[in-house]
Design a protein around this ligand. Structure first.
Ligand SMILES: O=C(O)CCC(=O)C(=O)O
Ligand SMILES: [Mn+2]
Length: 207
């Protein structure tokens, strides 16, 4: 599948990275190096980063990786068995949100930010398919800082696909990707510098 992201620039054709059952598109250089580094520094300094608390195999686990959940006031979200209440949007994150909404042609109301100190921090296999999430909406993932390997694995036949997410790049995961594929941010011993990832999501209106 080939999709055009922008009307203005013919070089912005991006391919689907997945062979079937979904669509993931990678757009490197959405922010140039200077912009991406400035955004990284602003987010690192201004947000109330906290370790994440997960339930794995019935056990409470505290991660080394740090997170912030940001969103509209009513956007509570449960994942890994833990209920999160959103922090208020900041001007920087709202600017990013507007840019990604224009590209993805949809509206987001929440964003999970992850801070990975180095390659020892990662995120295990999962899909972003919690019941609160709007199934029809894509997930837009912006990467800042160190380049890291991101992998997909098909839930049934275990086919894999992977790519390197670079500073300032965007990964769009369209429906029904979350239904058929797990994804992971792989740990590595070769990365010593930090990375911030923002995944913009749409929480369903349950009112
Ligand atoms: O850090 C990444 O690139 C992926 C993060 C992720 O999968 C998530 O926040 O659900
Ligand atoms: Mn995810």
């Amino acid at each position: 599948m080939q999709t055009k992201l922008f009307d203005s620039n013919p070089s912005d054709l991006v391919l689907n990275l997945l062979p079937k059952d979904g669509c993931a598109q990678y757009l490197p250089g959405l922010f140039d190096e200077t912009q991406a580094n400035a955004l990284f520094e602003a987010l690192e300094a201004s947000l109330p980063w906290q370790p994440d608390h997960l339930k794995m195999f019935g056990q409470a686990v505290t991660t080394r990786r740090k997170v912030v959940w940001v969103g509209d006031p009513d956007c509570t979200y449960t994942y890994s068995g833990v209920l999160r209440h959103p922090q208020a949007w900041t001007p920087e994150i709202l600017r990013v949100k507007a840019k990604l909404e224009a590209i993805a042609s949809c509206q987001f109301n929440a964003c999970l930010l992850n801070f990975y100190h180095d390659g020892k921090d990662g995120m295990g296999w999962h899909s972003d398919d919690e019941k609160e999430l709007e199934y029809q909406s894509p997930i837009a993932s912006l990467s800042l800082g160190s380049t890291r390997k991101f992998a997909f694995r098909h839930k049934q036949d275990k086919t894999t696909a992977s790519l390197f997410l670079e500073n300032g790049s965007l990964l769009l995961m369209h429906p029904p990707t979350q239904q058929f594929w797990h994804h992971a941010l792989l740990k590595t011993t070769t990365v010593q510098t930090p990375r911030i990832n923002l995944t913009f999501r749409k929480i369903r209106d349950v009112s």
